[in-house]
Design a protein around this ligand. Structure first.
Ligand code: 5K3
Length: 114
């Protein structure tokens, strides 16, 4: 019984950490390009160039639907947001800079929590 309780506690605590990390990302002043899915009907070329679109609202839905196996699969989706941003935007653009700032912020958050 203890072993089963132990596994579910770890999953719950990992889930809680993911929720806190996502809330901190969403609250950042530079989060605005990443809060909701890019509208590929408006942004020409986006669907062709970005094979796996990802954004913070989609990550929140996946968290709530228990679609992350562990903290690492959550981290992979957050990094996908920033990798997509780097692929589609110049480094010296407003959105490109926001992506670099958010990636650095997330990296620092992870090292604080370890
Ligand atoms: C996370 O944002 C996406 O990279 C789309 C960036 C973008 C939006 C509007 C534009 O006119 C150009 C690029």
């Amino acid at each position: 019984c203890y072993k089963i309780a132990q596994i579910s506690k770890d999953d719950n605590s990992q889930l809680a950490v993911c929720r806190v990390l996502l809330a901190e990302l969403e609250a950042h002043k530079d989060a605005w390009p990443f809060l909701t899915p890019v509208n590929h009907k408006v942004i020409l070329g986006y669907r062709k160039v970005i094979k796996r679109p990802m954004d913070f609202s989609t990550i929140k839905r996946k968290l709530n639907n228990n679609l992350y196996f562990n903290l690492d699969t959550f981290i992979a989706d957050v990094n996908l947001v920033f990798d997509n941003c780097e692929k589609f935007n110049e480094d010296d653009s407003d959105i490109g800079q926001a992506g670099h700032n958010m990636r650095k912020f997330f990296h620092e958050l992870l090292h604080l929590k370890k």
